[in-house]
Design a protein around this ligand. Structure first.
Ligand code: MF3
Ligand code: CO
Length: 256
């Protein structure tokens, strides 16, 4: 069942998602050469708490045997790390690194989810920059279809085809999702798929759309920490995510 948010619930979704947007504005200033991903997460947690948000990822239990509950406010995935990078003290961010930060913030019982790939120091290689740009553009390609009359598969298909046309791969094992009182609600929103398939899109749905894009082959590996996902071929990856609201017309991006 896909939850349709009423006016009150939409207001609460908008509130928490505004905190997510502000959070990323403030966090970007902290991403400098020499900082560890652990320290960046410490600062991230302080920023979100100061904004009145609760870090929803702390204690999050995916309910998979052998996978420990997540312990940090953010996932920080550097370069060939795709998603779910666990912050660690001796992982130091360097100039030109791709730093993908993903977080979920909770307030008044509702969750807001977004991810950004930042470039440490602002400058990187041409190839890496293109990957980051294409990943963000893939989100916008996808949400062109995020309106009533379409199906979830239309979003998935648009993202997958756009990424493929640009010579990159999408991750197949992880996907976007509905969001609201729960961090992960129905429907699942893969970053590839068939147009015209999947649930119908209706006003009042709140969805997290999140292309995860790899420069090389789509294959991924999970590290021994049970969380961090890296590219199998060692190529770079990027992630871009926003929580959106489906309306009668164009979708509203809540986390910008
Ligand atoms: N924020 C992630 C998402 O986009 C979820 C991360 S899992 C967690 O769905 F354990 F880190 F919370
Ligand atoms: Co998400």
């Amino acid at each position: 069942m896909i939850s349709i948010k009423n006016e009150k619930e939409i207001k609460l979704m908008e509130d928490v998602c505004k905190i997510v947007a502000k959070f990323y504005e403030l966090l970007e200033k902290e991403i400098k050469p020499g900082i560890s991903t652990f320290e960046l997460d410490r600062r991230a947690e302080k920023i979100m708490r100061d904004l009145g948000g609760i870090p929803a990822q702390i204690g999050y239990d995916p309910g998979i045997k052998g996978v420990p509950p997540y312990k940090h406010a953010t996932c920080i995935s550097v370069n060939d790390e795709v998603i779910h990078g666990v912050p660690i003290k001796n992982k130091i961010i360097k100039e030109g690194d791709l730093v993908s930060v993903d977080t979920v913030i909770l307030k008044n019982g509702f969750n807001g989810d977004a991810a950004r790939t930042f470039i440490c120091g602002g400058k990187t290689s041409k190839d890496a920059q293109r990957l980051v740009d294409v990943t963000k553009a893939a989100f916008y390609e996808g949400i062109k279809y995020a309106k009533p009359g379409n199906r979830i598969g239309d979003i998935s298909h648009a993202i997958g085809e756009f990424v493929r046309a640009n010579g990159y791969s999408v991750v197949q094992e992880f996907e976007g999702h509905g969001i609201g009182r729960e961090m992960h609600e129905a429907p699942e929103i893969p970053n590839y798929g068939k147009a015209g398939k999947g649930p119908r899109i209706e006003p009042g749905m709140t969805l997290a759309i999140e292309p995860m894009v790899i420069q090389g082959k789509h294959n991924i590996l999970e590290l021994d920490d049970g969380w961090t996902i890296v590219t199998e071929d060692g190529s770079l990856a990027a992630h871009y995510e926003n929580t959106i609201l489906i309306t009668e017309n164009e979708p509203k991006i809540l986390t910008i």
